[in-house]
Structures are given as structure tokens and as C-alpha cells.
Design a binder for this molecule. Sequence first.
Ligand SMILES: *Cc1c(COP(=O)(O)O)cnc(C)c1O
Length: 417
Amino acid sequence: MADHEPPPPDSPSGIVHGDRRGGVEHGAIHKPIHTSVQYGFERTEDLIGVFQGTRKGGFNYARQGAPTTAALEAKITGLEQGLGSICFASGMAALSAVFLTLLKAGDHLVSSRYVFGNTNSLFGTLGGLGVAIDKVDAASVDAVRAALRPETRMVFVETIANPGTQVPDLDAIGALCREHGLLYVVDNTITSAALFRPATVGAGLVVNSLTKTIAGHGAALGGAVTDTGLFDWRGYPNIADSYRGLDPRQWGLQQLRKKALRDMGGTLAPEQAHRIALGAETLSLRVAQTSASALALARFLESHAAVERVHYPMLESHPQHALALRHFKAGSWLLAFELRDSARMPAVLDGLQLAIKATGMGDNRTLVIPVAPTIYWEAGAAVRAEMGIADGLVRVSVGLEPADELIDDFAQALSRP
Ligand SMILES: *Cc1c(COP(=O)(O)O)cnc(C)c1O
């Protein structure tokens, strides 16, 4: 490597130094928080150029982007090794942007059956708008192939599903999408680019909830969509005519920025972008430690007499263990377990001293939640059965507490009468 070559943007050094790459005012170590909503220009021509998308890197009105969010977008793009990214106010705003601006009535979407509960609820809204959705067991590429129709536009999966930790056949689905010219959208929230880059399996768009793994501190909501540059937008029928004059590689991002950020307004605030960027500096350390602790805790729980089943991709007992080993550097902080006697669940959870009973994930603190009566309550018993969510299922988001302390905490809670 030459002396002045910057570290790769997805490396630990690249993540830490990424903020300075676009030039930082006054030599500041962090990208400053720019709160200005409007941006003025010396020359009318430049103002016009920003509106028409012909002048690169300018800002006009902060609903469509601002310097602090742009620095975070560059960091995410570097992590995912993509073409460009757009940040949103939350992970759900990012997912809504993808589905609402790239699909229209009459289109068909094939999704993994195992997706984040709010994403599943959003599919209900999409159905009402005339988008047909088939939910399949994406651990089998054959199930995805069998669901394809002439109107299929998009295939959607999560890398490791929350809460059941199912893993789709990521690379085979990528090959299938390439073969059929379909947009492959991968939600990388649980793994993050520190464990897996969806571009390596042919994803066209990557979605990250920045609230979780990337920020880590649980003190800011945010989401991002990254265009990997792998999808050929020229074959996508839903791009508006007004964007077809640009370089075709930019069509997807332009439509997302204009139709979602500008028109729908789910914009990430600069203060939140700054907090997320700070959290992201420790991403590689956090992901390595929480994955190691989660595996240790999963092994302990699996060996415990009171535990019926543990869901964690790096356990040999996991149905997609081989897929997980092939794709992911480690298993992430997400695990779930079922007690043999689900009636004991409240007492066991109340016995935990270290882990906090709370929703949310990817936090520096270990969080536990009984899944069926909380996040999957609104979905109803039929959906829970279809998604394999048992009444006694407990989700654990493993934090930065040392593994032996976490194991001791679960051991004492499980041994309570
Ligand atoms: C949490 C989560 C989201 C939504 O992110 P928010 O930032 O909470 O809106 C989307 N996908 C997955 C897999 C998630 O875990």
C-alpha cells in the first residue's frame, strides 16, 4: 500500500477516519453538526445545478440532505462498499422509502416469511395499495423461485431474522435475482457490514437500521439505504421519466432521494446523524465482542436443563448453520431461546440482574424481551404460528457486559424456583 493511500472504508481504521475524508471545517476531528435548513449560493447557476442534479455535492433544503447526514451517508457507503447511500429518520423510514417509491399497484414482491414485525405490518399497508406479496421460507431458494411471477419486481430478505435467527440462502437468491433481472433488497441490520456485506451475494439495495448495530448506544434512531451499484436500473420499469436523463447508475438513488426524502420527508436530523457516526466508530470492536459473548451464552443456554431450544446461527444445532458459517464472520448479538416450561418465563426474566427487560436491539446493554406477548402480540396467534414464535420465546440482544457475567446472571435466574 502506498504511503498516502487511505485505509479501506470498511476496515476499522477506515470507519474511524471516514468522517474526515470529505474535508472537515477548521480541521475538526468530527464532522460538525450543521443545522442550517437552507443553503445559499454565490451564483444562480449553482443554485439551478443543485436543483437539477447536475451540480454534485451541493445542498439546497435539508429535507433532502445536509452536510452532517451526507458525511454519515459516505461512512455507510464505505462500510457497504456501495455506490451511494441515503439516510432516513429510522430503519422503518428507510424500508418504507424502498417499498413505496420503487413498487406500484400491480407489482409483486417476494419476501422472506421471517422478517422484522414492523416490516411485516408494513407489508399489510403495501397490500392495501395494490402490491401483491408472497412470503416464503427463504432458507430455500426453490421456495423463492416457485413464488416468482411475471410482475415480480423485488425479492426481500433479512440476513439473520429477528427474533428466530433464520438465515436465507443469500447467495443462491442473489444468483436467482440476477438471472431474472430482479431487484434484490437485503436488510443487513442484524449483521451490519462488520459481519456481512450483501453486495457479495449480489444485493442491489442494502437497508440498515442505524439505530441498532451501527450506532450501538441506543441514543438515536436512524436508517439508511445503500445502492451497491450491482443492479441495472435500465431494466426497472418504475423509474420516473424525470430521472432517466441522468447516468443510469444514479436512477435508483435519485428516485429514492426525491420521491422518499423530498416528497415523504422522513429525514434524519443532523444531531442524530452525528450521534450515529460517533457510535459507528466502535462498530468492529462491538460486533466482535458481542458475537463472541452471544455464542458463549447460546452454548450455555443450550446445555441448561430448563431450556428447550436455543436459536443462534453459530450453534451446530441451527438449521442454517452451514449457510451462516459460509456467509457471516460471526453470529451477531441476536439470540433467542425457549424455556421448557413457558409458565416460568416471567419469573426467570424478573430474576435477571444485569440484562434489562426492554424492547430494542443491538444496544451496548444486554436487553431481553418475551416475544409473543409484546412485539408479536398485535400480529395475532396465526401469524406467530406461521413465523414459528413459541409462547415461551425470549429474545436476547447481547451487549458489552463480559460473557462470564452474563452467563452467571442467566444461570442464577434460571435456577430460581
Ligand atoms: C429494528 C429493525 C428495523 C427498523 O429499524 P428502526 O430504526 O427501529 O426503525 C428494520 N429491520 C430490522 C431487521 C430491524 O431489526
